[in-house]
Design a protein around this ligand. Structure first.
Ligand code: FES
Length: 139
């Protein structure tokens, strides 16, 4: 039985930003075929900033806490800053996750990234893959 930090428990019991944005600018959906958990992120973008982020998660307690913290971390950030929310940062922000729950933090970062991809596609912008983005940033 994994031992969760107080912060994980707190976000699991009182998740922030739960729900759906009806006129979302971007939607990202991911699922983990192994555990069967699913996560959807909805974003609103204003002037290249995430003005609102909501989520719906059908999954374990860690996945719910991850979604909640990712939404808090992302709101107010630029799209480029939001891309830098990695699973490791998510786990650190939650004061740690048990090893067998790391994949839950991957889902959160992936779902947010997919929502940003979706937004960019809808804007008619080309979506660069992760490697390309990192390369461009270095140059
Ligand atoms: S057990 Fe699959 S997301 Fe947590």
């Amino acid at each position: 039985m994994p031992v969760y930090s107080e912060k994980v428990m707190e976000h699991f019991m009182n998740p922030r930003n739960v729900g759906e944005i009806e006129d979302a600018d971007g939607i990202g959906e991911v699922g983990n075929p192994v555990c069967g958990d699913m996560m959807s992120f909805y974003i609103k973008v204003d002037d290249n900033h995430l003005s609102d982020v909501k989520f719906k998660t059908f999954g374990c307690g860690a996945a719910i806490a991850v979604s909640s913290i990712v939404s808090e971390m992302a709101i107010g950030k630029t799209l480029e800053e939001a891309r830098k929310i990695t699973p490791a940062l998510v786990a650190a922000e939650l004061e740690g996750l048990p090893k067998n729950k790391y994949h839950c933090s991957n889902l959160g970062a992936q779902a947010l990234n997919k929502a940003i991809d979706d937004y960019l596609k809808k804007q008619g912008k080309k979506v660069k893959n992760k490697k390309r983005r990192e390369k461009d940033e270095r140059e």
